[in-house]
Design a protein around this ligand. Structure first.
Ligand code: SF4
Length: 213
């Protein structure tokens, strides 16, 4: 069984798939408390569903792209069966994870988007650095940037771990309403940073607090 916060069909707002229609499966619970978290409702709101029920709910939307997110999806054991079943059904499966739980057991076909928590999150000491060795070439790493200190932390990690060459994309996302995308863009351009700016597209299409989009 899984505890599911919400399943919805919307526009992918982040990652290299931004702009594409996508079904989102949001799993309940997280063991981090990032200072800028925008999904605290996923900490404990949810209902029990079997893996087959979740797959059936996804199928209703008739969409080939599925993102499993949270909360922290890797806290629930049955997420592995869910990823396998969706893959066997021919879905393109993406997994968004906070970066503090091992990704070693995630099936190879899944595109992993692995956060690396910066100091401004208040959770940087929880990063599981062994995850960087488990990344596949198609995976993506994401830094949520709150301020200049976070940016410099991210630049250092990108360079030391050669992330631009080893992954499908390095994503830099400004904290919405805290750091202007323009300022982060100017830092990236000045440094010729081998990374991709991303804004949370869904927050511009709808409003920053709209749920289920
Ligand atoms: S890992 Fe994600 S869900 Fe958990 S507190 Fe941080 S931003 Fe929120």
């Amino acid at each position: 069984m899984l505890t599911i916060n919400e399943i919805f069909y919307s526009i992918q707002g982040e990652s290299t798939r931004a702009g594409q229609p996508c079904v989102f499966v949001r799993l309940t619970a997280c063991d981090l408390r990032c200072s800028w978290c925008d999904t605290p409702y996923a900490f404990d709101e949810g209902r029990k569903m079997s893996v087959d029920e979740v797959v059936a709910a996804v199928e209703q939307h008739g969409c080939p792209l599925v993102e499993i997110t949270g909360g922290e999806p890797l806290l629930q054991e049955d997420v592995y069966a869910l990823m396998s079943k969706l893959g066997a059904d021919g879905k393109m499966v993406m997994l968004e994870t906070g970066g503090h739980r091992s990704i070693a057991r995630v099936p190879r076909h899944v595109l992993k988007i692995v956060d690396i928590k910066c100091p401004g999150s208040g959770e940087a000491e929880k990063n599981d650095w062994t995850n960087l060795d488990a990344l596949a070439p198609h995976d993506e790493v994401k830094f949520v940037i709150k301020d200049r200190r976070d940016y410099e932390f991210a630049c250092d990690v990108i360079e030391r771990h050669n992330l631009a060459a080893r992954t499908g994309a390095v994503l830099m996302s400004p904290v919405h309403g805290v750091l202007e995308p323009r300022i982060l863009s100017e830092w990236m351009l000045a440094d010729r940073l081998p990374a991709r700016l991303q804004v949370q597209l869904h927050k511009y299409i709808w409003t920053p607090t709209t749920r289920g989009v």
